[in-house]
Design a protein. Structure first.
Length: 600
C-alpha cells in the first residue's frame, strides 16, 4: 500500500465489507460526489474453505459464499448504472477444473462466475479469471509444503506476480470466464486413470506413460505383471510401484519419499491413509489399516506384497515377512533442529493424534522446533492401551518431557489437550523447576470449569454420564460425535474399518476428559493465550475467558469462526498466532545451558 501511495498520491484506501450493501453504497456515494466517474471494479475478495461436499458445515459454506456470491451480487447491483470499462472478478482454477476437498470454495467461485456470465449476456462489462496460484503474497501464500507439492504433482505450477500482471493485461477487454494457470496437462490427467472427463476430451497430450500413477506402462493386473518378472527384478518393481502410489497420494515426487520411513511420518492423516488403502486395493493388494496407521513403511508394504506373490507363484526365497512394530514414540519430532531456540510441544484434542498437527513444523519459523505428543492407541503406539485418567497420562509424559526439553519451550493444546498441557506445566514447575514460556490453549475449557456442577450440565447437554463411567455404547458415542461434528471427519462414520480402530481411542479420551476434576492450584507465572471458536457449543466464551484465573499475567484471547474443531479449518491462524508470540521469545532466548534435574 505504501508503494502504491508513492506512485499514485490521490489513491484512497477504504475499509468495507464487500458483502454489505450499506458499506458498499457508502463507498459508491463517496465516489459519485468526488467528481471522478467509476470506470472499473476488480473484485478479488475470497475465503478458502477446505472440505469434501459431505463434510462442509453451514458456517464454512457461509464464509466461502459471503465475499464471492453476496459480494458480487452487491457490486453487480450498484454498478449497473455506471458506464464502466471493466468489471473483473478473481476466481480460481479449482472452479474450472474441480478440486477434491474444496467443495465450498468451488461452489462460491462458481456462483460468482454465474453472475459474471449473466452480466456478459446482458451487455455489461464482465470478466471472471480462474487464476492458478501466484507466487509470493496472496491466498496461495498460506499453502503448506504438502499442499504445494500436491499441486505440483498434478502439473500445476505457480507463476510470478509479473507473469500474472502480463496475463491480466492480455485478458483486458474480454467478457466471460477465462482460465489463467500454467499446467502440465498430462500430469493433471493422469489422476483420472484414462477415464478422461468430457470437459478435457479436447486436450492433447503425449501418450500416457503410467497407469494409476504407479509408474507402470502395462495394463496387465499389477500382481500378474509382478509375478511374470524375474525374481531379481520383482522387488524393485514392487517398491517403485508402491512408492509412486504413496507419492501420488501425498502429492509429491517418488524421489522425495523414503522407502524405509513409516508412512505415518510422511504426512498421512486418516483421510489420506484411506486413499492409500483404496489405491492399493485397486491394484489387488488388500492391506489392513492397522499397519498403515501404526508405522509400516513402503519397504514393509512391499515385503507383504512380495510374500503374497511368492505364495501365488510357489517360489519362496525367504520366510514370510511381517511389518515390524514401530519404535514406541511418545514424542514425534517432524524436523529436528539443534539450532532452534524454542521448542513447541503440541497436544491434540480427544481422539486426535499427531496428524492433527501435520504441516505445523513446515509452516512455523525455523527458530521453533515442533514436538507432537503421541499418546497410547495412536500411530506407532496403536497396540497400547489408551489412558483413561489424567494422572496416568501426566505420570507417563513428565519424564519424557524432562528428557526432551533443553531450551525455552511452550505448550499448545486443543480441547482436552489444553488441560493435559496445563497439568504438565504444573508438574514440571513443581518437581523440576521447569516453566513454559507460554501456554496456548484452543477450544479448551479453563481447568476450574471441570467440576461436579459442570459435569451435571454436560450430562444433560451432551449425554456425558455414560461417557464418564465408561458405559456408553458405540451407538451413543457415534451419535454424540456426529452432534459435535467430530474433527469435521465424516469419513470416520462411513468406513467400518477406520471406525473400529479409532472408536476405542476416542471413547478412552472422552472418559479421561469426563473424569477429570480440577484440584485448586496457584496461578502459573506463564502467560496464557486462549483461543475459542465462535460457534463452539462445548467451550463457550465464558470458559475461554476463565483461563485468566490460571496465570499471574493478563490473559490474551482470540476468537475465530468455527465450531469446537475450528483448528481443522483455521490452522493457519493458529500457527500465525503462535509464531508471532514465540518469535518474540526466540529473539530473547538465553544461550544453551546445562541443566541438572532431580525428582528428590
Amino acid at each position: 500500500m505504501k508503494a502504491l501511495r508513492e506512485r499514485i498520491p490521490n489513491l484512497r484506501f477504504e475499509r468495507a465489507d464487500v458483502a454489505s450493501r450499506a458499506d458498499m453504497a457508502r463507498i459508491f456515494s463517496d465516489i459519485e460526489v468526488s467528481g471522478f466517474p467509476l470506470k472499473g471494479v476488480f473484485h478479488a475478495a475470497g475465503v478458502n474453505e477446505n472440505g469434501m461436499i459431505a463434510d462442509v458445515a453451514h458456517d464454512a459454506l457461509d464464509r466461502a459464499l459471503r465475499p464471492k456470491l453476496h459480494g458480487t451480487l452487491v457490486l453487480d447491483e450498484l454498478t449497473r448504472s455506471c458506464e464502466m470499462d471493466v468489471f473483473i472478478c478473481f476466481s480460481s482454477l479449482s472452479s474450472m477444473l474441480g478440486f477434491k476437498g474444496q467443495a465450498a470454495y468451488v461452489a462460491a467461485n462458481a456462483a460468482m462466475e454465474a453472475i459474471v456470465t449473466k452480466r456478459a449476456c446482458e451487455g455489461f462489462p464482465a470478466l471472471a479469471i480462474c487464476w492458478g496460484p501466484w507466487a509470493g503474497d496472496g491466498m496461495s501464500a498460506s499453502f503448506g509444503a504438502r499442499q504445494k507439492a500436491r499441486l505440483a504433482a498434478m502439473g500445476i505450477r505457480e507463476f510470478s506476480p509479473d507473469e500474472g500482471v502480463e496475463k491480466l493485461s492480455r485478458l483486458f477487454g474480454l467478457s466471460g470466464i477465462y482460465g489463467a494457470f500454467p499446467i502440465v496437462w498430462q500430469s493433471y490427467l493422469d489422476q483420472f486413470n484414462r477415464r478422461i472427463p468430457p470437459l478435457f476430451s479436447a486436450v492433447t497430450c503425449p501418450k500416457p506413460t503410467s497407469v494409476v500413477g504407479t509408474g507402470r506402462t502395462s495394463k496387465r493386473p499389477f500382481k500378474d505383471e509382478a509375478a511374470a518378472l524375474p525374481i531379481e527384478e520383482r522387488t524393485d518393481f514392487v517398491v517403485s510401484s508402491i512408492s509412486a502410489i504413496v507419492a501420488k497420494t501425498l502429492g509429491t515426487s517418488p524421489k522425495t519419499v523414503r522407502t524405509d520411513e513409516a508412512i505415518n511420518r510422511l504426512g498421512f492423516d486418516s483421510l489420506t491413509t484411506l486413499e492409500l488403502r483404496d489405491a492399493l486395493k485397486a491394484l489387488g493388494v488388500v492391506l489392513p489399516l492397522g499397519p498403515l496407521f501404526s508405522g509400516a513403511s513402503i519397504a514393509d508394504i512391499s515385503k507383504i506384497i512380495l510374500d503374497q506373490l511368492e505364495t501365488q507363484t510357489g517360489v519362496r526365497l525367504a520366510p514370510p515377512s511381517a511389518v515390524l512394530p514401530a519404535r514406541r514414540e511418545p514424542l514425534i519430532i517432524p524436523r529436528r533442529n539443534e539450532n532452534a531456540s524454542m521448542q513447541l510441544v503440541c497436544f491434540a484434542y480427544a481422539g486426535g493424534g499427531p496428524a492433527v498437527f501435520n504441516g505445523w513444523a513446515d509452516q512455523l519459523p525455523d527458530d521453533i522446533e515442533v514436538a507432537i505428543v503421541q499418546l497410547p492407541g495412536r500411530g506407532s503406539r496403536l497396540a497400547e492401551r489408551p489412558h483413561t485418567r489424567m494422572h496416568d497420562l501426566v505420570d507417563e509424559l513428565t519424564p519424557v518431557l524432562v528428557d526432551y526439553l533443553d531450551r525455552p519451550f511452550a505448550f499448545f493444546g486443543h480441547c482436552v489437550g489444553g488441560i493435559q498441557a496445563f497439568e504438565l506445566a504444573h508438574r514440571l514447575e513443581r518437581e523440576y523447576r521447569l516453566h513454559p514460556h507460554h501456554l496456548f490453549v484452543a477450544g479448551s475449557r479453563a481447568p476450574q470449569i471441570y467440576n461436579e456442577r459442570q459435569a451435571a450440565i454436560d450430562a444433560v447437554q451432551f449425554g456425558a454420564t455414560a461417557a464418564r463411567s465408561g458405559a456408553a455404547t458405540e451407538e451413543d458415542f457415534i451419535d454424540m460425535l456426529k452432534d459435535v461434528n467430530f474433527a469435521n471427519n465424516k469419513a470416520l462414520f462411513k468406513d467400518a474399518e477406520l471406525l473400529s480402530l479409532m472408536l476405542p481411542v476416542i471413547k478412552a479420551d472422552y472418559e479421561l476428559n469426563n473424569t477429570y476434576i480440577y484440584q485448586p492450584k496457584h496461578p502459573l507465572a506463564t502467560p496464557i493465550t486462549a483461543i475459542g471458536g465462535r460457534a463452539d457449543p462445548y467451550t463457550t466464551g465464558e470458559h475461554i475467558l476463565a483461563w485468566s484465573e490460571q496465570s499471574m499475567l493478563p490473559l490474551d484471547t482470540h476468537f475465530c469462526p468455527g465450531d469446537h474443531y475450528f483448528m481443522e479449518t483455521h490452522s493457519s491462524f493458529l500457527i500465525e498466532t503462535a509464531a508471532q508470540i514465540l518469535l518474540g521469545y526466540a529473539s530473547q532466548a538465553r544461550p544453551r545451558h546445562i541443566r541438572i534435574v532431580s525428582s528428590n
